[in-house]
Every structure is written in C-alpha cells, then in structure tokens.
Write a protein that binds this ligand. Structure first.
Ligand code: COA
Length: 163
C-alpha cells in the first residue's frame, strides 16, 4: 500500500496525512488494536464505539507505507484514540499527529477542542497546549483526566487536507 495522500509533512522518517476511514480504516484499526486492545487491555467493544465513520482521522506513515500512528477528531471538537506503535514512540510521531488534528479543528472553526487523557499521557498533551481540569475518572478501566486546548494556532501545523 502506498497511502500517503496529500502529506502534511515529512518528519524524521515518517509522513502525516488526514485520511478517510472508508479507505484507511483497516490500517488505522490495526494500530489501535495493537496499542489499546493488546497492549493496554481495552475491551474490543469499548474500542470500536461506532464513531469512526463520522470522525476526521490523522495517520502517520513509515517510509514503507505502514501506518505507525493515528488519532481522530470528532465532530464536537474532541480529539481521541491517539496511538503510536511502541517501536515508534518518543520520536515525535504523536506530537505531529496531535498538531495535525489541532490544525484541522482550528481550521474548521472548532471553539472547544478537548480530550480525555490517560493520566500517564497528560504531560504529552500539556506540551501541545492542553490544560487538565477536574477530577480523575475511569474510562475502559484506565484513569483519565479531561483536558482542553488553550494554545493558539501556531501550535498546529498548516496545510492539512483530506485524501
Ligand atoms: C501517548 C503517545 C501517543 C505519544 O506518542 P509519541 O510518538 O511517543 O510522542 P512524541 O514522541 O511525539 O512525544 C512528544 C513529547 O511528549 C513527551 N511524551 C511522550 N509520551 C509521554 C508520556 N507518556 N508521558 C510524558 N511525556 C511524554 C515526549 O518526551 C516528547 O517531549 P519532547 O518533545 O521534549 O521529547 C504514545 O506514547 C502512545 O501511543 N501511548 C499508548 C497509547 C496512549 O496512551 N494514548 C493516549 C491515550 S489518551
């Protein structure tokens, strides 16, 4: 597969794009299955919540076309399902995906960009301009916190378009 439609950038050996669930869903789902279901033990029925067809999806591709990371933006401005394959972490893939989703949300005029962060990932989101609020809560058996975006447009990448 050579799925690099309208890449938003070529950074450190990977490329980014906003992609259609209809076309790239199986590849995105494979990453989420490896990360959330296998690695973190999230039940399948919670992972596949039926919302993916109405979301915008970001994908990171390795040079060979493999999807190595993903995230999604819901119609209400909520970002979620941020996942990078373990072998690719701490190389900027997650931050780049988040910037792409932020750019999409800001570009379409979302006013309240928010997410539910696993507590272990709060610092990751803080680096991109998100601020945590409220008490911890459990989702899929994992402790989470609500976070909302308080940064500005410069936090996000530009030139994003759907395949
Ligand atoms: C969270 C996740 C998406 C981050 O992806 P990544 O590609 O490793 O992140 P990056 O390399 O872009 O990291 C960006 C910055 O955040 C920091 N960071 C990354 N993961 C972090 C974590 N878990 N805790 C604290 N800081 C973190 C990095 O050190 C980096 O800082 P730097 O720019 O100063 O080096 C990835 O670790 C992952 O898939 N985790 C498992 C699934 C998960 O927990 N998803 C989040 C659900 S809310």
């Amino acid at each position: 597969m050579t799925p690099v439609p309208t890449p938003a950038g070529d950074m450190a050996g990977f490329q980014l794009a906003l992609v259609d669930w209809a076309r790239h869903g199986p590849a995105l789902a494979a990453v989420r299955h490896a990360v959330f279901v296998i690695e973190q033990g999230v039940p399948e029925q919670l992972e596949w919540d039926g919302l993916d067809p109405e979301c915008r999806h970001a994908a990171a591709f390795a040079a060979d076309g493999q999807v190595i990371g993903t995230g999604r933006l819901l119609p209400d401005g909520r970002i979620g399902r941020m996942a990078v394959l373990a072998a690719w972490r701490r190389r900027g893939v997650g931050a780049a995906l988040l910037r792409l989703l932020l750019a999409e949300a800001l570009g379409r005029g979302d006013r309240h960009i928010h997410l539910h962060a696993q507590v272990d990932a709060v610092a990751f989101y803080e680096r991109s301009g998100f601020v945590a609020s409220g008490a911890d809560f459990l989702d899929a058996g994992i402790v989470h916190r609500s976070m909302s975006f308080h940064g500005d447009a410069s936090t996000a990448v530009t030139s994003t378009r759907q395949s």
